[in-house]
Design a protein around this ligand. Structure first.
Ligand code: FES
Length: 342
């Protein structure tokens, strides 16, 4: 392998970085838990300082760094490609997840429309599909320059199958390739898994999953993961799905099947637009009128501190949920899991 050696100053931790890989991904591939969330240059969680060596910045001007960060010489590990051996100063190594990310080619095997602007894309990879429920992967689309993070909507499996629920973004470069250009049989590159907002089976608390937009995929995976646990019959799950109108809401069949293995699964929907809508036939409950975080607080009331929460969706949704649960509701922050993609 051609590449460079990276030393994390003051820790004795060293790892190799292949040519063209980023500092962050190389660290995670080597089992070194550098701090991160979005892997895309937005959240700022992977800030570090370059003590020695040379790196190429994939995304100069990325919003993950403030002007003050730049003045202080900070960089983003998820956007830094080493051009030489490097010494870096980084925060204490964070949690290392079970599955190390790998890069592999995958072929599109099916596309299933779910709503007017949301579909499930199924890829078959060349090597493996190993990930924890709730994690995400980076998908490099065929033109080689567009890469986006999407959460898997299935469970790790030996069929090498990676499923993603994707909501079309108006004028979005990546989703226009996915929805309009990619055909069954087309090849993409999948790099993953990544992310910390995955199911924690050791947490002996009932779970609440909150989904918006493409975040639905991660929450499907978490519900499926909970239903596959040996003690699933003793577990209760709540799933809240938010959208602007009822046309944005989809309740996946897989989730309703998972309900049979759990002690209970409560599904609720929330629509933020003012126009009227009918009850969802699958759950028999009229959608909550308002934002999905308001639906969560309204439904769980004074018990909101009794659950472990997983969330995925637009940053405005996850931020509002964190504010409602942690800041206003008194939930311990380590009972709420989501990866920031701001
Ligand atoms: Fe690097 Fe988010 S900015 S992980």
């Amino acid at each position: 392998m051609t590449g460079h050696h990276v030393l994390v100053e003051g820790t004795g931790v060293r790892f190799s970085c292949a040519e063209g890989d980023t500092l962050l991904r190389a660290a995670l591939r080597a089992g070194v838990g550098l701090s991160y969330e979005c892997n895309s240059g937005s959240c700022g969680s992977c800030r570090y300082e370059l003590v020695d060596g040379e790196v190429r910045d994939r995304r100069p001007g990325a919003p993950g760094l403030t002007a003050r960060d730049r003045r202080r010489g900070r960089r983003l590990a998820c956007q830094s490609e080493p051009l030489s051996d490097c010494v870096v100063r980084a925060p204490e190594p964070a949690e290392v997840t079970t599955y190390r990310p790998v890069t592999q080619t995958a072929l599109l095997s099916a596309v299933r429309p779910l709503t007017h602007d949301m579909s499930e894309f199924v890829f078959t990879a060349e090597e493996r599909a190993e990930f924890a429920p709730g994690q995400y992967a980076m998908i490099h689309l065929p033109d080689g320059r567009v890469e986006r993070a999407y959460s898997m909507s299935n469970l790790g499996n030996s069929s090498r199958e990676w499923k993603f629920v994707v909501k079309r973004v108006p004028d979005g470069q990546a989703t226009s390739i996915l929805f309009d250009k990619l055909e069954v049989g087309s090849a993409v590159v999948i790099d993953g898994p990544y992310g910390h907002a995955y199911l924690r089976p050791e947490r002996n608390r009932d779970i609440v999953c909150v989904a918006g937009g493409s975040g639905l995929g991660a929450m499907i995976s978490i519900i499926l993961g909970a239903a596959a646990l040996p003690d699933a019959v003793d577990r209760t799950a709540h799933l809240f799905i938010g959208g602007r109108t009822e046309a944005d809401i989809h309740i996946p069949d897989a989730v309703l099947v998972a309900r049979r293995r759990l002690r209970a699964l409560h599904v609720r929907t929330a629509v933020s637009a003012a126009d009227g809508c009918d009850p969802q036939p699958e759950c028999g409950i009229a959608p909550f009128r308002g934002f999905v975080h308001e639906a969560v607080v309204g439904a769980l009331g004074e018990n909101i501190r009794d659950f472990t929460y997983y969330a995925a969706g637009p940053p405005a949704m996850t931020d509002a949920l964190a504010r409602a649960l942690v800041v206003e509701g008194g939930l311990a922050a380590d009972h709420l899991y989501f990866d920031r993609f701001c």
